[in-house]
Design a protein around this ligand. Sequence first.
Ligand code: NAD
Ligand code: TYD
Length: 358
Amino acid sequence: MMAREKRKIIITGGAGFIGSNFVRHWCQNYPEDRVVVLDALTYAGNRLSLKTLEGLPNFRFVQGNICDRPLVSSLLAEEEVDTIAHLAAESHVDRSILGPDAFIQTNVIGTFTLLESFRQHWQSRGKPEGDRFLHVSTDEVYGSLSSSDSAFTETTPYAPNSPYSASKAGSDHLARAYFHTYGLPTIITNCSNNYGPYHYPEKLIPLMCINILLGKPLPVYGDGQNIRDWLYVEDHCQALDLVIHRGQPGETYNIGGNNEAKNLDLVNMLCALMQDLAPELPISPPEKLITFVKDRPGHDRRYAIDASKIKRELGWVPQQTLEKGLRSTIDWYLSNRNWWQPLLSEEYQAYYRSVYQS
Ligand code: NAD
Ligand code: TYD
């Protein structure tokens, strides 16, 4: 077998949920690679999520904004980067409804800044063939499905419905255009909802787990019948790893968990698992805490991913079942209170009130 070439990779958003899992995955699997994390440490970024990697000889953390072109360009040159895994984003739909500005700035302008800096860097180095720009995106760009529609494929037309998904769609189009116009080796991945360790408390699964532990109401939007497809974050990291090593520049790969669930069913499942795994809950059974609240404006009804292309071309299939993945996730939240408790700050409470009491 040919020896694998070492990479010098920048991972943007590496202090976020998927980013920190991906950085850990990369450092564990490719300890000889240079790994530079570029992260602005917004409310969603947390250096504690990378604590086990600090001090490794090939690891460097840079606090900085992807919109800062001089910073990005000098990092690319200084570190002789050949690979960008771009995960930095504003990622929460409810926040995009409260204030879309940051989403346009980071997701659209930030992605443009990275692409343009990388294009100049790549051209100045003679367009090496093995260079990659992996643009990590979401299934939400495809819009909403009804219960009878078939799942999203890579050729489903874009129809984003929230400021978040519209900003991600814009960034996907830029990544695509940089391949077609300049030949920049970009690859786009569109993934379904992730869950697992280091997930910020505002998202459905951690929010419900934490509220069950605190005996607080479990706010289910609308009728609770919206459907999401759930993927364990390590399965996503494995897919991104394969796409970087074996994916075709200019291509898009859909990534999904084959785990569609209605929100209400998922919340009931979490209640049952928490009852099983957590020693003493303040309110038992926790199902008593389920509360239907006002629906999210423009709430997409259903997402579903057809992941047959990545299976066929790269041999990727998710390893984790929903129940097993949820069990590991709950275990992690039970043994890592020191990670999530400080995140329930006054600022977070103000955000929470603005979403759930309006
Ligand atoms: P996250 O919100 O947990 O983390 C985002 C990270 O990006 C944070 O560390 C934050 O500090 C950083 N960041 C934000 N703005 C920045 C800026 N301007 N400059 C530098 N860093 C900045 O997000 P996540 O859930 O880990 O998502 C990662 C990527 O995966 C995003 O692109 C998202 O759209 C995509 N995605 C997420 C999911 C999901 O279920 N979470 C599903 C599919 C795709
Ligand atoms: P979320 O985790 O915000 O991911 P996304 O909106 O990107 O899919 O929400 C997942 C689903 O759960 C979505 O249909 C909205 C719903 N939801 C609730 O019912 N209550 C909540 O408190 C949250 C945060 C989400």
